[in-house]
Design a protein around this ligand. Sequence first.
Ligand SMILES: Nc1ncnc2c1ncn2[C@@H]1O[C@H](COP(=O)(O)OP(=O)(O)OP(=O)(O)O)[C@@H](O)[C@H]1O
Length: 249
Amino acid sequence: MPDSVLSTHELHKAFGALRASEGISIRLLHGEIHAIIGPNGAGKSTLIAQICGSLRPDSGRVTFLGRDVTALPTEARARMGLARTFQTSALAMDQTVMQNVLLGALGASGRPWRFLSRVARDAGLRDTAEAALLETGLQDLARLRTAELSHGQRRQLEVAVALTQAPRAFVMDEPMAGLGAEGSRHLTGFLDRLRTRAPILLVEHDMDAVFALADRITVLVYGRVIATGSVEDIRADPLVRDAYLGDGA
Ligand SMILES: Nc1ncnc2c1ncn2[C@@H]1O[C@H](COP(=O)(O)OP(=O)(O)OP(=O)(O)O)[C@@H](O)[C@H]1O
């Protein structure tokens, strides 16, 4: 069995009588994009929250890089390299693209907070920031104010900030939300290239993006995993077609 970077083992979480996670076990493997799909209310956000540490499971475990992280807070998991993006934008809109990435690099360095003007003169932080901008193709936009970026470019910038923090796995919450068809296509190409950097657990409603990107797909319905498999397996699965995809998939 291949080593997983991130896994959940029999996660259970209830809100009163509502069982939002019922024994969820999933694995994110090296080099893969693993999509989590399912209808509204299926429990995708609840699962992600337990993986990232903002919600404690009632029972079950989360392991990351071979370590049981179930009891660790969000920040500790982030410091280990669990990069959550696109939940709510953490970008400073009035700062430039470069300043946002520099702030990310400063945060990751563990050095004390300093004025941005001094951060910008720190050669080590600048190198880290420039490498992240180059890797995400944003180097020519470095001096733009973040508010001037398109929605898709902001998503790329969030990834650039995450790259300054040596990510070992990405957890992405609906990256395509709010993007038009062209923006979604562009971001799909971008995420496709990103998988070589760190594996991606992707929660997404845009099925074109999921089918284009996913190595494996897990389908959640009413808090349960009803199927896990390749794009072909999932598209052909009668249970999944019935519960979520319909006959047009
Ligand atoms: N804090 C909470 N308190 C009570 N019920 C909750 C809470 N969070 C989620 N739920 C319920 O748990 C179920 C799963 O919700 P969740 O948001 O995880 O689904 P989802 O698959 O992410 O949905 P969507 O696709 O609409 O984002 C839903 O019935 C939701 O109403």
